[in-house]
Design a binder for this molecule. Structure first.
Ligand SMILES: NC(=O)c1ccc[n+]([C@@H]2O[C@H](COP(=O)([O-])OP(=O)(O)OC[C@H]3O[C@@H](n4cnc5c(N)ncnc54)[C@H](OP(=O)(O)O)[C@@H]3O)[C@@H](O)[C@H]2O)c1
Length: 229
C-alpha cells in the first residue's frame, strides 16, 4: 500500500536543539514562521506529534487562520487536519489540548501491550489503534492511508523525527533555524543518533531557502516524491 507523503517540520536553535531543558516551552521561531506553518498545516490531511511533545508543549495542533479554515471547508475538507500521536506506554493525559481542543477526530497509535491502558486513560477522547509491539511506523502509515490521509505533517519531537528519518519514511524536511544557541546537553535535539539515509555520500537536496525575519527556512527533498525541481 502506498504511504502518505510525509513532510517533517521543525524549528531548532543554531546548535540543533528543539527546546531548552526548562519546563517552559522555548520559542524557537517567530510570528511570520508560525503563520507559514499554519499554511503548511492547512495543506495536510493529518498532523502527527510524539507523546513527548504532547506532555512537554501541550500543543493545540489546529489551523489558526479563519480564512484557511474556510478554504478547507470549501474544498470539502474538515476544518482541521486529523490529529495523530504515538505512544509506547499509553501515558497520555486526556485533559491535554491535543484531545480537548478542536472538534475533529484524534488517533493514538500504541503498542499492543498498552492498548487497554490507553483506552482506560483516554476513554472516548481518541481512537486507540493497536500498532503492534514494538509500534511499527509502516503499520501506522498504512492505517493513515486507509483513513484517507494522503499528506502527513510530522511536527516532532526529536524521537519521532529520528525514526521517520532513519526509517527512510520522510519525503520532505522543512527546517527552520532560529538565531541563538541553547548549548545544554539536557535539552532535546532535532534528532538523536542513528543511521540516516542522507549521509555525506547521499546528501539531501536543498530545494529552497527563505528568510523570515530573523529565522531561515531550509527546505529539503528527501525522496523522489518531493514535488517539482
Ligand atoms: N522546535 C520544534 O519545532 C519542536 C517541535 C516539537 C517538539 N519540540 C520539542 O521536542 C521535545 C519533545 O521531543 P521528544 O523527542 O522528547 O519527544 P517526542 O518525539 O515528541 O515523543 C517521544 C515519545 O513518543 C512516543 N513514541 C515515539 N516513537 C514511538 C513509536 N515508534 N511508537 C510508539 N510511540 C512512540 C513515546 O511515547 P511514550 O513515552 O508515551 O511511550 C516517546 O517517549 C519537547 O521539548 C518539545 O518542546 C520542538
Amino acid at each position: 500500500m502506498t504511504r502518505p507523503y510525509v513532510l517533517l517540520s521543525c524549528a531548532t536553535s543554531i546548535d540543533g536543539y528543539l527546546d531548552d531543558a526548562s519546563d517552559t516551552r522555548l520559542r524557537v521561531s517567530n510570528e511570520a514562521d508560525f503563520d507559514r506553518v499554519d499554511e503548511v498545516r492547512a495543506g495536510c490531511d493529518a498532523i502527527l506529534v510524539g507523546a513527548g511533545t504532547i506532555r512537554a508543549d501541550d500543543p493545540r495542533l489546529l489551523i489558526r487562520s479563519p480564512a484557511r479554515q474556510r478554504a478547507r471547508t470549501s474544498r470539502g475538507l474538515p476544518v482541521n487536519p486529523l490529529k495523530v500521536t504515538l505512544t509506547v506506554t499509553g501515558d497520555l493525559d486526556p485533559t491535554a489540548r491535543f484531545f480537548t481542543v478542536g472538534d475533529g477526530p484524534k488517533v493514538v497509535y500504541t503498542a499492543t501491550s498498552a492498548v487497554a491502558k490507553a483506552r482506560g486513560r483516554l476513554g472516548a477522547s481518541a481512537e486507540i489503534v493497536d500498532a503492534r509491539d514494538p509500534v511499527d511506523l509502516t503499520t501506522v502509515l498504512a492505517d493513515l492511508t486507509a483513513r484517507g490521509v494522503a499528506r502527513l505533517m510530522v511536527e516532532g519531537g526529536g524521537a519521532v523525527h529520528t525514526q521517520f528519518l532513519t526509517g527512510g519514511l520522510a519525503d520532505e524536511l522543512q527546517l527552520v533555524i532560529a538565531p541563538f544557541f541553547v548549548g545544554d546537553p539536557r535539552a532535546p535535539r532535532f534528532v538523536g543518533p542513528g543511521t540516516f539515509p542522507h549521509d555525506p555520500a547521499h546528501p539531501a537536496r536543498l530545494t529552497e531557502t527563505i528568510q523570515l525575519g530573523d529565522v531561515v527556512l531550509l527546505r529539503y527533498a528527501l525522496s523522489p516524491r518531493y514535488p517539482g525541481p
